[in-house]
Design a binder for this molecule. Sequence first.
Ligand code: AMP
Length: 282
Amino acid sequence: MDHLADPLLLRQHCQSWRAQGLTIALVPTMGFLHAGHLSLLDHARTLADKLVLSIFVNPTQFGPNEDLERYPRDLPRDLSLAEEHGVDLVFAPEPQAMYQPDHATWVTVPELAKGLCGAARPGHFRGVCTVVAKLFGLVRPDWAVFGQKDWQQLAIIRRMVRDLELGVTIVGRPIFREPGGLAMSSRNVYLMPQERAQAPAIRQGLELVQAAVNGGELDAARLGLMFRAYLAEKLPEARLDYVELVHPESLVPVARVGAPTLLAVAVFMGRVRLIDNILLEV
Ligand code: AMP
């Protein structure tokens, strides 16, 4: 397995693979790998001849009061996990290598970035799109694999790739969960033991809404309130950032659940912001 920090070496490496007729799959991450990331790598491994993992805590997607400095990092551990999961090349650059001091070009998809996480994190998706576009430019992958946990991110990247003709096939993979149902996240390490024990209630709240839909309740406002009430009861110390029922591609809020509808939520437990979602079945 190769481990590179220099974007130009990454480009050369990938260019030589393409010259040999080899296909490339890319899994972009911020590292501190967990089983959710590994599930993306395992799937990506089946798609292409060569598998590239990027590990980059991208400063431009963090707001001024967010957790850029304290975001968890463990490159040696990530490298050994990557090797175990058949990664051919890990690209882990420093921020200075990715952004020139006079970097001036940004990719934005404002229509899709204004709601959900974009409302609470202005500029976040601009940073995500820009860094993903740069990674696509360096690697020129045939496939790129993302998790459905970050549903809005996935929807935005699909739109960016379509609108800019980037020629990468985007693959979305299911949310990987801890045994209790909590969606895996690098940020879960910040949860206090008691918070961690309670956090599966977020998933249970999503399932409660699905059960109500199964029972014939299709009114989005009432379903949203149902989640809110469940959370207030089970996680009284948590703060709900949003609960939204939206169209899964346009991310436009819906008044009634139809097929398909995404229920997406974000919840603060202490300083940790957790997101989760479910594609409601009608
Ligand atoms: P991150 O390192 O948090 O930026 O995530 C890198 C990629 O892993 C993104 O495509 C995420 O959606 C995906 N991912 C993170 N957590 C999970 C999870 N629990 N299940 C599946 N994919 C995930």
